[in-house]
Design a protein around this ligand. Sequence first.
Ligand code: CA
Ligand code: CA
Ligand code: CA
Length: 248
Amino acid sequence: MKKVLALIAAVGLALTAQAAVVHTTQHGPLSTSFDAQIAVNDVIAGIIGTELPGDLGWHPANGDPLDKLPAFTDGIGIRPTGLTGLLNDFPPVGAPAKIVRYDFPTVSIAGINILTGNNGRDGRVFSTTVIRYSLDGTNFAPLGYFQSDPSGTINQGTWGSTLVSIYDDASGTLLAGVQSLIFELYAVDNTGGQMRDPFDGINPWTGVDDGLTAAFVSPLVFELDVIAVPEPAALGLLALGVLVLRRR
Ligand SMILES: [Ca+2]
Ligand SMILES: [Ca+2]
Ligand SMILES: [Ca+2]
């Protein structure tokens, strides 16, 4: 019996290994273009994250408390201040500008969305994020490195927002049994509206040198959405709803 279980576990691991974590990027012309897609009842909705050692606080211009940690999970996009979620510039090369942790009751996650943007429609609309997850609240493993656009992409007046969606291309479950996430949010730009990775030389996540000096201008992070896998009960209701619709 133990051998069978071990075999099942091994097959499960093999299947998991084949599935790939991927991300897609959408851009909108306005800073508000994706407001209707912001999740309001997601896993971390309303949770105030914990800033971890190495966190660089906020851009000096970002002075409204509601534009800081609460903004990441308040279910709305850019606020009238125009400075919502603006991270600090000039992080050390290779280091994030902000490191924030979220803890929640154990859940399976279907996807993670990162919404950034700027009324100024410049390089601050991009995002680069490393996400780590924990099944026990203590030990963390990397989910991956997610750069919204290829290095060298230039935004000068075209895009006001960026929605990065992270999911598993072979499963409705991105992460099972998770109780903590860490978001490491990096600088993205060089003041010229040009997306760059946060490294000089080889990017340790991609293995590629983008040939550009490290980004030092940080994004405005409007929202972090962590979407749970629908509960079986909800799926049942959904199926029932489909049945009812079909009968009509
Ligand atoms: Ca928000
Ligand atoms: Ca949300
Ligand atoms: Ca570089």
